[in-house]
Design a protein. Sequence first.
Length: 112
Amino acid sequence: MATTKVKGTSKKIKELKGIEDIRPSRVTDQELAQLQSAIKTIDNLTAEVGGIEVRKHSLLKAMESVHSRLEAQRIQIESQYGTDNVNLQTGEISYNNTPTTKIDNVKADKKD
């Protein structure tokens, strides 16, 4: 035989026995405002961090693009001058008295 519990029965029994539930049913308005403020601050900070991450991603992509252009320019300078050793202050090319091409390397090896 199953017993069915009537909704609010516990409360009614407590009332009949003179037992009162003394626990508060809600937080104070001040506590609620503090909780809401903290959650709003967290949401704003999270959105700001997301914006920073998007900006960071954009900057990294821009940096990658500049690196690619620099590498292409380095290759062009090396093919034109036989070296990519350039003083960035003066533009002076430094050859360092070393063979500059594979053909020169082969000739230097055969002389020995």
